[in-house]
Design a protein around this ligand. Structure first.
Ligand SMILES: C[S@@+](CC[C@H](N)C(=O)[O-])C[C@H]1O[C@@H](n2cnc3c(N)ncnc32)[C@H](O)[C@@H]1O
Length: 449
């Protein structure tokens, strides 16, 4: 039993969280970022006190809305949520945030429409929908400007260049690339979600196959002629959406002896390894991925970022499918970052078996993946969150994991897993779970048995 009503408890959580934020920013002499200003990373973005307070505020605010809002209104807000996906997809695809880049005072929708080649009347409706949800702002009737949220969707090149070079339009813009992927392949796949889950159509691996009328996996499909830009967009999406701390601090990399070999299996263009190799250059790194990924996109990335790490042999880019036997035997560390969540259990077992067959007795396997949190407390323990919040903090923490889980079902045949599900995959392939470091991406360390 609790003395306070849920309504008052939620309001108190919001109030104390806001005071914590205010005090922390004041102590540092930094103003709290305005929703109206442009986005740029701030010194307190990853501060632990700020992160914890922010999560409580978001969890409590969402729960407060669900509590006070008439249930039918809640349903009617959620039901057309694909309008958000479509609207975000449009503005990302035609580069609206980029068109507004140098106009903090806003542009009339006729001017924006002319810049991005879109009918201004339709565009005004889309931008007003988004501005009502705090993405862009409507500064005067039909005059729109970027705000902190929409400016985070900007790409890295001038508008004219973006229009000219479809293949490279997302290069260097990981947030826009992830939004682009989710609102394009993700949205279309989700159109077949109900049919897939309800009817379990024979021979169909994912709603993606119904949406794009293909038997290919999304990885094979990315490689088909005409889809190269989408594959490249996906590779870019993987480059920057997690703070490097989650893997830098997930393992004691400093403890590795000189000349140890670390293999990033399915490492994309090598973003994770770039951070590691710059911090721990006494180790040799091999980034493995499909040929198309470790080919031109990865070469370009390393040329721009740190060509010396490749030329002096600290980093090697290697084309390899993790569904085939692992060519690097006895590596000190094999790691998989955001790989297992793309695949169903049977394929995860194949991937892990290949690594186990290549491992030396002293090798370690690190799996960086999100842990699926239940929305209810663990019956065996106390609730990890203050009354009356959900055990996974609702949208604040469980929101992304549960949404990504459904995206994995829609487009990838994969899923987000609980810790015991990861542990069971290890047990079935000769890898014993040794330790777990929780975080936005958990670091699960396995040893061979
Ligand atoms: C979700 S991304 C993660 C990339 C990277 N580990 C990271 O965290 O940024 C999945 C990666 O798996 C790669 N991939 C898919 N199928 C593969 C296969 N059969 N062999 C090797 N890599 C594969 C994709 O190209 C992609 O780079």
């Amino acid at each position: 039993m609790h003395d306070t009503s849920p309504l008052i408890a939620l309001a108190d959580l919001i109030s104390s969280g806001v005071r914590t934020l205010d005090a922390t920013y004041s102590q540092q002499g930094v103003p709290f970022p305005s929703l109206d200003g442009p986005y740029s990373p701030g010194p307190l973005d990853t501060d632990a006190t700020v992160t914890a307070a922010t999560q409580l505020i978001i969890a409590a605010a969402h729960q407060l809305i669900a509590t006070v809002q008439q249930p039918v209104m809640t349903l009617l807000n959620y039901a057309p949520a694909t309008c958000m996906t479509s609207a975000m997809g449009l503005v990302t695809d035609v580069h609206v945030p980029d068109a507004l880049k140098d106009n903090p005072e806003g542009l009339h929708v006729d001017q924006i429409g002319a810049k991005v080649d879109i009918d201004p009347k339709k565009l005004a409706r889309v931008l007003r929908y988004l501005a009502t949800r705090h993405v862009f702002k409507e500064v005067a009737p039909d005059v729109f400007a970027n705000n902190r949220v929409s400016s985070a969707l900007m790409k890295s090149q001038p508008l004219e260049q973006l229009k000219l070079d479809k293949l490279r339009q997302y290069d260097g813009a990981s947030a826009a690339a992830l939004v682009g992927h989710m609102t394009d392949e993700g949205l279309r796949s989700n159109g077949y979600f109900v049919e897939f889950v309800r009817d379990s159509p024979k021979g169909v691996d994912a709603p993606f196959n119904l949406a794009f009328n293909t038997k290919a996996s999304i990885w094979e499909w990315f490689e088909e002629p005409g889809n190269e830009w989408r594959g490249r967009r996906f590779a870019t999406a993987m480059t920057g959406n997690y703070n490097p701390r989650v893997f830098m601090e997930g393992y004691d990399w400093n403890s590795l002896e000189r000349g140890s070999v670390v293999v990033d299996v399915g490492g994309g263009i090598g973003t994770t390894v770039l951070n590691l190799a710059q911090a721990y250059p006494h180790v040799k790194y091999i980034v493995q991925d499909l040929e198309k990924v470790v080919g031109e996109p990865a070469q370009k990335y390393w040329q721009e970022q740190a060509p010396e790490l490749v030329s002096n042999g600290i980093v090697t880019l290697q084309g390899h499918s993790f569904l085939e036997p692992q060519p690097v035997k006895g590596a000190t560390v094999y790691f998989l970052r955001l790989i297992l969540h793309d695949w169903r259990d049977s394929k995860c077992l194949e991937i892990l078996q290949h690594l186990r067959a290549a491992a030396a007795p002293s090798s370690k396997l690190i799996v960086f993946d999100m842990l699926m949190p239940y929305a209810c407390p663990d019956p065996a323990g106390p609730s990890p969150t203050p009354f009356p919040l959900l055990a996974n903090l609702g949208i604040a923490a469980g929101g992304f994991a549960t949404a990504l889980d459904l995206q994995m079902m829609s487009s990838f045949t994969g899923q987000e897993r609980t810790l015991s599900q990861f542990s069971a995959l290890g047990d079935a392939t000769g890898w014993k779970l040794e330790s777990v470091k929780p975080g936005p991406l958990a670091a699960m360390i396995f040893y061979p048995v």
